[in-house]
Design a protein around this ligand. Structure first.
Ligand SMILES: [Fe+2]
Length: 253
């Protein structure tokens, strides 16, 4: 399996707090069937991109070497989880923040105080830069939890989505679960990421989380979400199209 969202690099954001933790996280990932991990430290569009990339690459090199020395069978790739707000209109080098140098960029927004109209503006800016936005954990945002049609409409416009394993395993609340499940079941989620920050809660324990996923998600959708779409990202290829159905909030008509 491939994890495209993981705060595994040591001492760069609120993820792995030291090298030892990062190595143990790689170990846990390996034991959980994850063979490829994209390291996605938090950054934003006004950060000094050069210093972010230098630090990330240095930590990536350090962790790769440690993993190799210990014979852990996990490959690590560069990425970022880019916090997008109004500053994006001044960002000039978004391409450098993509996953493994591909066209795909993992993004997050403010959890509150952002209007859906703004989200459309931000996404247009990213698409105009020739990139494909991947929205990290849409199920965690209230503005999507109560507006499933916004998710449908973004999906129709080429936006792709990564849901968190913990949401689908019902560990993050009912609204999170319902949206994540609905997206996974209907082919609107392209990836399941761990969004791991440490060794417990949101850890890189994907196979363990899978035991708690609803059993009626198709095998095809599961394969797409834990492997096929992510492979396309790592090789900068088009994401294979799953059969998609629009999602509808439970109890609405
Ligand atoms: Fe994250």
């Amino acid at each position: 399996m491939i994890d495209i969202h993981c705060h595994i690099l040591p001492e760069i954001d609120d993820g792995a707090r030291d090298l030892e933790t990062a190595i143990r996280m790689c170990h846990m990932a390996e034991a959980n069937g994850i063979k490829h991990i994209v390291a996605t430290p938090h950054t934003n569009t006004v950060d000094n991109i050069n210093s972010f990339i230098n630090l990330r690459d240095e930590r990536l090199k350090l962790l790769r070497r440690s993993v190799e020395e210990r014979g852990i069978d996990v490959k690590l790739y560069p990425g970022a989880e880019v916090f997008v707000d109004d500053d994006i209109f001044f960002a000039n080098d978004l391409k450098r923040l993509t996953i493994n140098g591909s066209r795909y960029i993992l993004i997050e927004f403010n959890f509150r105080n952002v209007k859906i109209r703004k989200i459309y503006d931000y996404l247009n800016e990213i698409i105009d830069a020739g990139l494909v936005p991947i929205i990290a954990h849409p199920e965690r945002y209230e503005f999507f939890q109560f507006d499933y049609d916004a998710v449908n409409s973004l999906a129709r416009n080429g936006v792709i989505f990564q849901i968190n394993a913990t949401s689908l395993a019902s560990l993050d609340g009912l609204q999170e679960f319902e949206l994540a499940y609905s997206m996974a079941y209907n082919g609107l989620a392209s990836f399941i990421g761990t969004d791991a920050h440490a060794l417990s809660h949101r850890a890189p324990n994907l196979s363990e989380m899978m035991r708690y996923f609803p059993p009626d998600i198709s095998h095809y959708n599961m394969e797409m979400m834990v492997h096929d779409s992510a492979k396309a990202v790592l090789t900068d290829s088009p994401i294979p199209m799953a059969e998609r159905n629009e999602i509808r909030k439970r109890g609405s008509f």
